[in-house]
Design a protein around this ligand. Sequence first.
Ligand SMILES: Nc1ncnc2c1ncn2[C@@H]1O[C@H](COP(=O)(O)OP(=O)(O)OP(=O)(O)O)[C@@H](O)[C@H]1O
Ligand SMILES: [Mg+2]
Length: 512
Amino acid sequence: MLSYCRSAALNGIDAYDVNIEFDISGGLPAIVIVGLPDTAVKEAKDRVRSAINNSGFKFPEKRITINLAPADTKKEGSVFDLPIALGILAATNHIPPEALNDYTAVGELSLDGSVRPVKGVLPIAADLLHRGCKKIMVPKENSNEAGVVEGIDVYPVSSLAESVAFFRKEHPIEPYRIDIEKLFEESASSDLPDFSDVRGQLNAKRAIEIAVAGGHNLLMIGPPGSGKTMLSKRIPSIIPKMTFQESLSVSKIHSIVYGLSQEKTGLILTRPFRSPHHTISNAGLIGGGSDPKPGEVSLAHNGVLFLDEFPEYRRDVLEVLREPLEEGKVTISRASGSITLPANFMLVAAMNPCPCGYLTDPKKDCRCSPLMVLRYRTKISGPLLDRIDLHVDVPSVSYEEFKSKEMGESSSSIRSRVEEARAVQRKRFEGLSIFTNADMSHKHVRKYCTTDEESEELLKTAFIDLNISARAHDRILKVARTIADLSHSETINAEHIAEAIHFRAMDRTYTD
Ligand SMILES: Nc1ncnc2c1ncn2[C@@H]1O[C@H](COP(=O)(O)OP(=O)(O)OP(=O)(O)O)[C@@H](O)[C@H]1O
Ligand SMILES: [Mg+2]
């Protein structure tokens, strides 16, 4: 007897339908799974057999052939356990076969028949309607993820027996839905470290504010203990909230890497702040592995990638950042296929000016030879540096400043300026698929960053004297656009350009 059940699998963060066909025939009892299953899928037969037997049904002692169509793409993981069990029970008339027709089912089974959470439910549910299906059965723990998707009916189940009873119409299940608007309203940022803890460092704080307001990349350079790490850790407290669309694309990536069953909300509501250690590999940063998985650059999508002790990362690891920094996405090619993942993040890097750290410190002598300094700096290549919009010196804080009773400006007041500047940008780019000044292409820069004569003159001087590249020229204009937005100015004037050029300290050092 033949039966069918519908499920889904992932290619990168995009889902595709998997139609599972079952054929039960006479002959020696055996289960054969075809359609390029990996080990976890092959092992489904043992889990399914026990789950069916332990849920009060009898596993058929016949020859069962299961085909996962399309047969030419590799299927992985345990998401097919539940649909396989349902299909077998339909083929043996425990469930009316037509009852499964309109449903997509995903879920892992325990030997006792309970349904366990799986990864990637959000991307599977997100474009379910586009794939011509409206109803999805998911493990109860994954119901929040699927529940945020509009226009579909989500049926959470906690056991195979519950699922079978539902399809037999013995146990109704209310479709599960989450009120997204309420979710976003309630998502107040929790107690993050606050900028008011940082004494002095006004220049660095200003650079951070500009960088966050426009989504620009930032490099902080300063002696040990000057507060670079401290400043960076406070960036999450001033980043604006994500929109639903931004949150959805971030959540999809996190859903396939970690699963979101631990998340109370089903969506990630705060922008990611990723700070991988400097021993990270290429694959860890960019993504990859035998079956390509997102790396830190994609996990930081729409958020911040913080690389502390920048020159300590292997040079070849840093070089792979070039593509995502330019394109906002990353393509990973492996034998099993290539996938493109979003990777539009704000890079924040921190470093000392030399190996001993005190080159720029007026109070301490630097012990490094010029060659040592050069070698240290060249760990960060010119092309990579070119992609970093703001370079800021973070000097040691003076005793008076450090001991001052005056608190620094609070994160909430900085954030309100950042939010305002972001609102200006959202309005400017309405209808385009970009959100921040940093996202602008050359064409956008020409359109939105017009300059007066005085500014043009300044840019020309910088171009010739600092020997900046055409890319850096555009980046200066984008930063100037953000500075103008922060000061509610529609036009970019010389003051804005001058400040943007001022924040390219490393260009000056490189031309020394
Ligand atoms: N401006 C400041 N205001 C208040 N505390 C500060 C400031 N700068 C540094 N500190 C104190 O010094 C500690 C060390 O600072 P931090 O780790 O940020 O230095 P760093 O610049 O990252 O140094 P390194 O180059 O060694 O990594 C902080 O945890 C904080 O307690
Ligand atoms: Mg540090």
